[in-house]
Design a protein around this ligand. Structure first.
Ligand code: NAD
Length: 478
């Protein structure tokens, strides 16, 4: 079995042990053995990043741009291979995997350009003869902690801006899916970026998470993952006075109004609730449907669900692969039971599937007769489980859409300009979709939420500079 090591200070180094990376579509298929770092190795990575920082922070921006562009070019050239690896380790379908790899390549290309666009401001001083300049400088060494559900796009959208704006990084990917992060590190290792600027440290959050967050050599933390872990990291960063950015869970609403195009509403709801096995932070798990369209919509969703092909993520013609792990499968099936126990009706799917290979397969589940106070409508499941909340009209739909501790993405299906406009203004989510799935966003504009979904400044697009730089105000007597 091939062994994959950490990348520290420009060298590939073995950690304390190795763990297998297993294909969730076929448990007999082991992708490789990936090393597991301990706290001492993490220390070496942070020290290497600190040593590399002064030269990188003040280095030539054309060289930086060229390196990021080269990384993006290689990812795009290898998108099919990387997308296949992604599908094999995470369980997204191969086309979804290729799409995610493409996004990662485009992100590096975008931030290659951003290297040359980091602007400041010059203002008149209130004091005669004095000039005021406002500039942005890198934060220092940044710890990047990523989840398993976007194993190449999320590392890309943290690493690319961090490097573009002159920071050094220590990336800790999710231990469930280290393959894509390792492949990204291997591409970065040949890009001309100096030793120590980028470091990959693989391992379990419970072993190296705390040492990374609390390390005195780490100046800021960018985290994407669950609310529980994110909240704990925020507390640690508050104690240590570190800048922190958290992107966490969602319980995203999709409103369907009486005047919606039914076929369009059905398709976008099925896509955002169940594709990628519902394992997207922007997936819509609460379908809020008004009385007049209710029966047609529910029948339409059930009919579309009956056509979904669930199978091996690498097989052709598959709509939905397995869920990512045994633990996630148990959580998903558990929430179907919780919903039923709370009084919901399971009207489609919700059972474990036995296919040709042993994998974590589940038929997407649709629950009706649900109310806003049920756990199934308040807690993130993070699987192919969606529930329907029936409402009388737009006002009640808007109330229920916002009636959640989360606020990441929210959608409305309507042909009414009045309701679409009102919803864009009054939704309490960070991202709002009109007649589009709640999942599926552009790579060059801000991404993030409100309430319990996000903390700190936005990721992606030029808004990423809020987190990855710090502002300096300089006064000069002319
Ligand atoms: P998770 O919180 O379990 O793990 C995320 C990362 O944190 C992993 O790398 C993990 O090893 C690490 N970690 C675990 N314990 C840690 C600790 N004590 N200290 C530091 N790091 C630690 O999340 P997950 O299961 O990998 O991902 C699923 C979650 O991610 C869902 O809640 C989903 O909504 C969320 N997510 C959010 C976004 C977004 O941008 N809002 C995007 C994708 C996923």
């Amino acid at each position: 079995m091939q062994k994959f090591d950490n990348f520290i200070n420009g060298q590939w180094v073995a950690g304390a042990s190795y763990a297998p990376n297993i294909n969730p579509s076929n448990l007999a298929d082991v992708i490789g053995d990936y090393t597991q770092a301990d706290a001492a190795q993490l220390d070496a990575a942070v020290n290497a990043a600190q040593a590399a920082f002064p030269a990188w922070a003040t280095g030539n921006v054309q060289a930086r741009a060229d390196a990021l562009d080269k990384i993006g070019t290689e990812i795009l050239a290898r998108r099919e291979e990387l997308g296949t690896l992604l599908a094999r380790e995470e369980g997204k379908t191969k086309p979804e995997g290729i799409g995610e790899a493409t996004r990662a390549g485009n992100i590096f290309k975008f931030f290659a350009g951003e290297c040359l666009r980091l602007a400041g401001e010059v203002l008149p001083s209130v004091r005669s003869g004095v000039g005021v300049e406002i500039t942005r400088e890198p934060m220092g060494v940044i710890g990047l902690i990523t989840p398993w559900n976007f194993p190449i796009a999320i590392p890309a959208w943290k690493v690319a801006p961090a490097l573009a704006y002159g920071n050094c990084v220590v990336l800790k990917p999710a231990d469930l899916v280290p393959g894509c992060a390792w492949a990204l590190a291997e591409i970065i290792s040949r890009s001309g970026i100096p030793a120590g600027v980028f470091n990959l440290v693989m391992g379990r959050g419970s072993v190296i998470g705390d040492p990374l967050v609390n390390h005195p050599g780490i100046n800021a933390i960018s985290f994407t993952g669950s609310q529980g872990v994110g909240g704990r990291i925020a507390q640690q960063c508050a104690v240590n006075l570190k800048k922190v950015q958290l992107e966490m869970g969602g319980k995203n609403p999709q409103i369907i109004l009486d005047d919606a195009d039914v076929a369009q509403a059905v398709e976008l709801s099925v896509q955002s609730a169940f594709f990628s096995s519902g394992q997207r932070c922007t997936a819509s798990s609460r379908l809020i449907v008004t009385d007049g369209i209710y029966a047609k919509f529910v029948e339409g969703v059930k009919a579309r669900m009956a056509t979904l092909k669930i199978g091996d993520a690498l097989a052709a013609g598959i709509d939905i692969g397995p869920v990512s792990s045994r633990a996630q499968l148990e959580i998903d099936m558990g929430y179907v039971d919780i919903g039923k126990a709370e009084g919901a009706s399971l009207v489609a799917g919700g059972e474990r599937l036995q296919l040709a290979t042993e994998g974590f397969y589940m038929a997407p589940a649709l629950l009706t007769d649900t109310t806003a106070d049920m756990r199934i409508n308040r807690e993130e499941v993070f699987g192919p489980v969606a529930s329907i909340i029936r409402v009388k009209g737009y006002e009640e739909a808007l109330f229920e859409a916002n009636n959640t501790p989360f606020g990441l993405s929210a959608g409305i299906a309507t042909t009414s300009l009045k309701y679409a406009t009102h919803f864009k203004r009054h939704s309490q989510a960070g991202m709002v979709m009109v007649n589009l799935p709640t999942a599926g966003v552009d790579y060059h504009v801000p991404f993030g939420g409100r309430k319990g979904s996000s903390f700190g400044s936005r990721e992606q697009g030029r808004y990423a500079q809020e987190f990855f730089t710090t502002v300096k105000t300089a006064y000069t007597l002319a």
